[in-house]
Design a binder for this molecule. Structure first.
Ligand SMILES: [Zn+2]
Length: 321
C-alpha cells in the first residue's frame, strides 16, 4: 500500500507528513498522518479531527486512540489524522490561516486558495485509499454538543454504523456543501460525523464515548476484535434517539445567561430552559421551551446577545427505530 509516497507493509505503522504549502514566513504547512496496516486485508478507516483548529476534544479522542494502540488493526488499514487544520490548532482558532473555514473548501482545487489547495491534497493523497471515515468535531465556540453522530439518512449503511457507534442522538443532517463529509460521500465513502463537547475544551465523558464509539465501529467492520476492551470499560449505552429535525431557541434579550436544564434532558413545551438578566438586578427573563424535545446542545457562554442561539432542541424525533 503506497500512500503519500510511503510504502506501508502489512503489520507496519508509519507516520508521514503531508506537505502542502508554505506560509508567508516560509513555514511548511504540513500535517502528520499515522498509517497502520493489519496483517490481513480489510477495509480502510480514516479517523480525522481538528478540521476546525479549536475543536480540541476531537483531537484528544484520536490522540488517545493512538496512545492506547487502538489504531493498530488486525485487518485492513487505519489512518489517523488527529489535527487536520494544524495552523488553526496552533493559533487555537477554528479557521485556516487564510481566514477560510477548511470544512467549506472541499474537494478543493490545485490552484485555489491556501485552504482549497490543502483540501485538494487531502482528497488526492488520502481520500482515494479510504472506505470509511469518522470525523470528530465539537460545537462551535461555547456551544456544548451532547455526544451525537450526524449522517445523511439516505445512506442506510451509515445509519447502521451510527447505531453501532452508540451515541444517544443520531442526527439526520444533510451533507453541507463543500464539507469534508460531502466530498468523501460524493466519492462513495461512508462517513460518520461525531459531535461532542465544545471548542477549546476537553471533556472526559465526551472523549470516552468518542473512543469507544470508534472501537465499536472498527470491531463491527472486522478491522479489529475489541470485545475484550469494550467489555472491560464501556461507557453505558443510552437508548438511542433518531433526530429528524431540531431548532435553536434564541435569546430574546442580551444579558447574562444561566442554564436550568441538563444537556441531553427531555423537556416539555413551556419548561423554563434558563434565565437571562442584566448585571444590575433590573430584569430577569425566562427562556421557555417552545416544544417538547431533547436538548442536544447548550450554549455555555455566560453572556449572550439578543438573537444568539442558546439551546438546541429536537423538534421531530423517532425513539424506536
Ligand atoms: Zn467542527
Amino acid at each position: 500500500m503506497s500512500i503519500i509516497n510511503l510504502n506501508v507493509k502489512p503489520g507496519e505503522t508509519r507516520t508521514e507528513e503531508l506537505n502542502i504549502a508554505k506560509l508567508h514566513n516560509g513555514t511548511d504547512l504540513k500535517i502528520p498522518v499515522i498509517i497502520s496496516r493489519g496483517l490481513e486485508d480489510g477495509p480502510c478507516m480514516l479517523l480525522s479531527a481538528g478540521i476546525h483548529g479549536d475543536e480540541t476534544n476531537g483531537v484528544e479522542i484520536v490522540r488517545q486512540i493512538i496512545r492506547n494502540g487502538f489504531h493498530i488493526p488486525q485487518r485492513g488499514t487505519v489512518i489517523c489524522m488527529p489535527v487536520v487544520n494544524v495552523f488553526g490548532f496552533i493559533s487555537q482558532t477554528r479557521d485556516f490561516p487564510d481566514g477560510r473555514d477548511l470544512n467549506r473548501m472541499f474537494p478543493g482545487t490545485k490552484n485555489g486558495s491556501l485552504a482549497s489547495r490543502f483540501a485538494y491534497s487531502i482528497m488526492e493523497e488520502i481520500a482515494p485509499h479510504i472506505d470509511y471515515c469518522i470525523d470528530f468535531h465539537t460545537g462551535g465556540a461555547m456551544r456544548f454538543n451532547y455526544t451525537q453522530v450526524r449522517l445523511d439518512i439516505k445512506n442506510q449503511e451509515t445509519l447502521e454504523l451510527a447505531k453501532v457507534f452508540g451515541t444517544k442522538f443520531i442526527i439526520d443532517a444533510e451533507n453541507r456543501d463543500k464539507s469534508f463529509r460531502d466530498a468523501l460521500t460524493e466519492r462513495g465513502k461512508k462517513v460518520l460525523l461525531f459531535e461532542g463537547g465544545k471548542s477549546l475544551n476537553l471533556d472526559r465523558i465526551v472523549t470516552q464515548i468518542g473512543i469507544q464509539g470508534a472501537m465499536r465501529v472498527m470491531h463491527h467492520l472486522n478491522i479489529r476484535d475489541f470485545s475484550k476492551e469494550l467489555s472491560a470499560k464501556t461507557y453505558p449505552l443510552e437508548k438511542q434517539v433518531f433526530v429528524e429535525k431540531s431548532s435553536w431557541v434564541r435569546a430574546k434579550e442580551s444579558g447574562m445567561y444561566r442554564n436550568k436544564k441538563r444537556l441531553g434532558e427531555k423537556v416539555v413545551k413551556g419548561d423554563v430552559l434558563g434565565t437571562i438578566s442584566d448585571p444590575f438586578g433590573t430584569f430577569e427573563i425566562e427562556l421557555i421551551a417552545p416544544n417538547d424535545g431533547y436538548i442536544i446542545c447548550t450554549n455555555h457562554a455566560p453572556i449572550v446577545y439578543e438573537g444568539d442561539a442558546v439551546v438546541h432542541i429536537t423538534t421531530k424525533i423517532t425513539e424506536d427505530f
